[in-house]
Design a protein around this ligand. Structure first.
Ligand code: HEC
Length: 280
């Protein structure tokens, strides 16, 4: 009961965290663009710049949600341990920046000088940068490092995708028969499943390393009866599915947290479909 409550509080972090990010960035955009606009149009507001009411209200909500995000984040952090160190530190640093910004805002609203308002605006923008970086690191924790940038990196990568080995029709038929799977299942494995395993699992379960005595670099190894990674026709009973579907912070999850690219739900679906297509 108590554990469930703690888990609930910890998980609210993943909901609440979006508020400070969105609100602080919005407040920074609102006040910076007012300053910019007045400078560009040569109006007098640039000389008497002061924090707008809109941005101030946004900031107050941002401040409150930051406190909640930090508190819940510290509770959630126990699950992630060391891997969350940088995210945690930057989260607290951002919290401190937001506190300073709050003080600067109070001062700026009290005396209407442009200088104190500019100090506030600078701290607001630095805080916005802080929460953005912290949020990005947090995203890497839950989605895996490179979740956001990998598709773009692949776009510019000069390395060609490794082509599956060319096999003649006879070779395909023969190998499929030896493995006791259909030609279609053999072809699907080569075109869809092996590339996923190559990308996410091979660095620990390939030719060079076989962590936990598992090899996943050929269909023969993946289907190996002794390794028992796959229960033909039954994805729910397959160790491989069990491991990739565990929450990323579970000790048994594959790939281990922050070590490689976790499967996306649609990739898991492909592996599930392939296992279902195999006759026991
Ligand atoms: C950074 C290294 C690493 C990566 C990447 C990795 N694994 Fe593992 N894997 C391990 C280690 C270490 C073990 C042994 C400890 C354990 O059983 O949890 C293991 C064990 C396993 C086991 C259990 C073996 C058994 O005997 O029960 C399975 C299944 C597995 N991995 C599947 C995968 C899959 C599928 C991927 C890719 C999505 C993957 N692993 C990616 C390191 C890795």
């Amino acid at each position: 009961m108590l554990n469930n409550l703690i888990e609930f509080v910890a998980r609210t972090h993943l909901v609440v965290l979006h508020f400070p990010i969105a609100l602080i960035i919005s407040a920074a955009i609102v006040d910076s663009s007012r300053l910019l606009y007045s400078k560009l149009s040569g109006k007098s507001i640039g000389d008497h710049f002061h924090p707008s009411n809109t941005a101030s209200v946004m900031f107050i909500f941002a401040f409150a949600s930051t406190l909640v995000a930090i508190a819940t984040g510290l509770v959630l952090g126990f699950d992630y341990g060391k891997s969350a160190d940088l995210h945690r530190t930057l989260g607290i640093v951002s919290g401190a920046l937001i506190l300073i910004t709050a003080i600067a805002l109070l001062i700026a609203r009290k005396n209407s000088g442009t200088k104190s308002a500019l100090v506030y605006l600078v701290f607001l923008c630095v805080s916005a940068l802080g929460v953005s970086i912290t949020g990005h690191l947090g995203g890497n924790l839950t989605h895996g490092e490179g979740f956001l940038t990998d598709p773009i990196k692949q776009l510019f990568s000069t390395q060609p995708e490794p082509e599956p080995e060319q096999l003649t029709v006879e070779q395909v038929a023969q190998q499929a028969q030896e493995l006791n799977i259909t030609i279609a299942a053999f072809e699907t494995y080569r075109s869809e499943i092996q590339p996923l395993l190559d990308y996410s699992c091979i660095k620990c379960h390939g030719e060079k390393k076989q962590k936990g005595d598992v090899r996943l670099d050929t269909v023969a190894f993946t289907l190996d009866v002794d390794a028992a990674m796959i229960e033909r026709g039954d994805p729910d009973a397959s160790e491989i599915i069990y491991r990739v579907e565990l929450p990323s912070n579970d000790d048994d999850a594959m790939p281990p947290l922050n070590e490689s690219h976790p499967f996306t739900p649609s990739q898991i679906e492909s592996v599930r479909d392939w296992i279902s297509s195999l006759t026991p």
